[in-house]
Write a protein that binds this ligand. Structure first.
Ligand code: NAD
Length: 729
């Protein structure tokens, strides 16, 4: 174990250098923490050492705790987690006190954290325990505590130290929202103490060590008469902050994220007691969060599995297929977005539409995004020119010569798409991979219009392309591995998260989200209070209620999809009740947000006012309203049963993709880790029971799939049975 090494120079300054072998970013492991502790002991015990600088040999300081370690910690049970966390507190407290006499508060050895770049999670909690934090002026560096984003909270003293350092109100954005800052902003916020030129970092750290006085080494909370900045939460000045923070957290999380609540409790309760007791309280809350299945599921899906998919967990073996030059056909909403994200990632783009005006409009979309970036100081004029310089907007298919991937994003009409295929084939060499961004048309059918179906694939982006990180890659019946590898390499280049699914109606994401929307609409028709439907969805962690989501995606799109689905399914079509509501709204020109009228009423600016009261006039409320849980079960099961069916039918071949795709693609309750994680949390047997009851009340769409029933009988979980690995298709 060589994650930390120590060298002491002639002036008596010991430098502890963090450098995890074979990793581009330092991450902390339990063993490394032990090693750090030993080195600090040695330095404190060595009379020749005057002080310590803790730094990194890499361009960054640290990315945080190895989340795989956190995921494993849970296996040891609550006591093991608590003991492990208390051990970390002991080490960090040792650094903080650094041999100080507790009575006189004198005699400590100065310890400085010198951060060359990014410092996240434990990578900031460790510096927070040092006497001074000096960072290199590196505008790309990110400093902060992002734990809340993966369902936990800073549990190595970061919560207690930061709230005592800045006060509850000022610490709130960093703790509760995981806000990250560059070094200069971190300094102005009081997160760190000093920013220096990168080349001066170590010299300045050493200088501080050698000049520090006893008073510099006493943390405010260890000094007599310490008061929390802004007032303790129970005091008159601090109280409103806390009431506000609780309300804000509840408003944002709807109470479904255990970490946010636990964090607030740790800060509040911690502020009532001395610092060391506060650390213990933080450790107890942290343990309870780690023991909550939600945090395990969130870490697994949002960190471990998301990263595995981005790194190509399901990439077929094939030589590097990175895209050098991309063709995009159709410069509308989607094509323009695809052109932007690609050019922004350094790929040359030929953007084709049927008129020069439409192609130019598509390119102007990139200009608009870059201009906004410039206004916010995120994009330079040179960068804007560079990105726009990579996009050629034209009507001329001959410009496609030399492209190695084409993404088609023209109208959702098989005839138009088939016509485009012919034009593409006439312009490019055989072997060029062609992809369609269709959201509803089966890939195998579209491939039939090409001469090389083995090189044809679906690459399904979500709108808006520059914001949505999921890309669904669809293998047609004849698609060969090279095309899949190409699509995956392209998605990696544009830094999005891919899932790979097999061809079927609506693929995966739309297949699951449509039943959710339909269930919401169906309840309106039944006379369920619309506010109950919307709030039930939000209270179970869905970012938008189904009715709001239909308004956002537009009611006419819903009508179009309903008509096409009915035509394809014939007499098996199950959604007549839903269509009545949708068609009625569309007939009145209520098309959703874009027409400033839909399930909701809007003001002239298009801001949502509230649910439209005309709904109730047409669909009077039933006297007996269902319980909140019943509505939530209908909304959740309509999605998760579709996910299970997609797995059962081999459309999905990896439950990791099912979970990550659900959260990134349509915002499926992130606290749950995704549909399969949620089913594992409630258990297959309970899920089957609920299905039985829903089927009896609402019909066969809630019938438990055979796979779920079999798992209930055998007492299996999805992650137990499928092991989180790819399943043979
Ligand atoms: P859009 O109407 O905004 O854009 C389509 C563009 O294609 C238009 O600019 C049009 O001029 C151009 N076009 C039409 N026929 C052409 C031809 N023969 N040659 C060249 N250009 C032609 O549509 P959109 O929303 O960008 O959707 C495009 C595709 O992406 C569709 O297949 C759609 O299903 C799919 N999609 C849409 C969304 C979404 O949210 N809008 C999401 C995922 C996928």
């Amino acid at each position: 174990m060589t994650d930390f090494t120590m060298n002491t120079d002639a002036d008596g300054v010991a430098t502890i250098t963090w450098d995890v072998a074979a990793k581009s970013m330092n991450v902390m492991s339990t063993e490394a923490f032990g090693l750090l502790s030993d080195l600090v002991d040695q330095a404190l015990a060595d009379a020749a050492v005057k002080g310590i600088v803790i730094t990194s040999a890499k361009k960054d300081f640290a990315g945080g705790m190895d989340l795989n370690v956190i995921a494993r910690m849970r296996a040891g049970g609550a006591q093991a987690i608590f003991d492990g966390v208390m051990q970390m507190h002991k080490v960090l407290r040792k650094i903080e006190r650094a041999g100080m006499d507790p009575k006189t508060l004198k005699g400590a050895k100065p310890i400085v954290a010198a951060l060359p770049g990014t410092a996240l999670g434990i990578g900031l909690e460790l510096p927070l325990s040092c006497h001074r934090i000096i960072a290199a002026d590196n505008p790309k560096a990110k400093i902060g505590l992002p734990e809340i984003m993966v369902g936990i909270f800073p549990g190595a003293g970061g919560t207690t130290r930061l709230s005592r350092k800045l006060g509850a109100m000022m610490a709130a954005p960093f703790l509760l929202e995981g806000k990250l800052s560059d070094p200069k902003s971190a300094k102005s916020a009081g997160l760190i103490d000093e920013v220096v030129a990168p080349e001066a970092l170590l010299a300045r750290a050493k200088e501080w060590v050698l000049s520090a006085t006893d008073a510099d080494l006493v943390k405010p909370w260890d000094a007599k008469g310490y008061k929390m900045p802004g007032g303790a939460p129970y005091s008159a000045p601090g109280f409103p902050t806390f009431v506000g923070a609780s309300a804000m957290v509840h408003g944002k999380t709807m109470g479904v994220y255990p970490a946010a609540k636990a964090l607030l409790a740790a800060v509040y309760e911690g502020s009532l007691v001395p610092f060391d007791v506060a650390l213990k309280i933080e450790a107890r809350h942290f343990t309870s969060v780690l023991m909550d299945p939600s945090s395990t599921a969130m870490i697994r899906s949002l960190f471990i599995n998301k990263e595995a998919l981005e790194k190509g967990a399901n990439r077929p073996a094939a030589p590097d297929q990175s895209v050098k030059k991309l063709g995009v056909i159709g410069a509308g909403m989607m094509g323009a977005g695809i052109a932007y994200v690609s050019a922004n990632a350094g790929i040359e783009v030929v953007l084709i539409d049927s008129t020069q005006e439409a192609a130019d409009r598509g390119k102007a979309h990139s200009e608009g995004i870059l201009d906004k970036g410039m206004k916010r100081g995120k994009v330079t004029a040179a960068k804007k020119d560079e990105v726009l310089g990579r996009i050629l907007a034209t009507t001329d298919y001959a410009a496609l010569k030399g492209v190695d991937l084409i993404v088609e994003a023209v109208f959702e009409d098989p005839k138009v798409k088939a016509g485009v295929m012919k034009q593409i084939e006439a312009a490019v060499d055989g072997g060029t991979i062609i992809a369609s961004n269709t959201s509803t048309l089966p890939i195998t059918g579209l491939a039939a219009a090409t001469s090389w179906p083995e090189d044809f694939i679906g690459i399904h982006f979500f709108s808006p392309v520059d914001k949505m990180n999921l890309v669904e890659i669809i293998r047609g019946r004849d698609t060969k591995d090279r095309a899949v590898a190409k699509a995956l390499d392209f998605v990696r280049q544009i830094r999005k998260t891919p899932i790979v699914v097999n061809d079927a109606r609506f693929f995966y994401a739309n297949r699951c989200i449509i039943p959710y929307l339909n269930e919401g609409i169906r309840m309106v028709a039944e006379g369920v209070e619309p506010a109950l439907i919307e709030n039930a969805a939000k209270l179970v962690g869905m970012p938008l209620g189904p009715l709001q989501l239909v308004d956002e995606t537009s009611i006419d799109l819903g009508v179009k999809i309903a008509k096409a689905t009915k035509q394809a399914m014939g007499s098996d079509y199950p959604d007549e009740a839903v269509d009545k509501v949708l068609f009625w709204l569309a007939d009145q020109g209520r098309l959703g947000r874009k027409s400033k009228s839909g399930f909701y009423a809007y003001d002239d600016k298009g801001d949502r006012l509230g649910l439209w009261d005309g709904l109730e006039a047409r669909y009077p409320l039933d006297k007996a309203q269902p319980s909140l849980t019943d509505v939530q079960h209908r909304l959740l099961f309509s999605q998760v049963l579709e996910a299970v069916r997609a797995l059962e039918e081999g459309v999905l071949t990896d439950i990791r993709e099912g979970d990550v795709g659900a959260i990134l693609g349509w915002g499926f309750a992130p606290w749950s880790g995704g549909p399969f994680s949620w089913l594992d949390i409630i258990g297959a047997a309970r899920a089957v029971d609920i299905c039985r009851s829903l089927t009896a009340q609402f019909g066969p769409r809630f019938h438990a799939p055979a796979l779920l029933r079999e798992m209930a009988e055998k007492g299996e979980t999805f992650y137990g049975r499928f092991g989180g690995e790819r399943r043979a298709a």
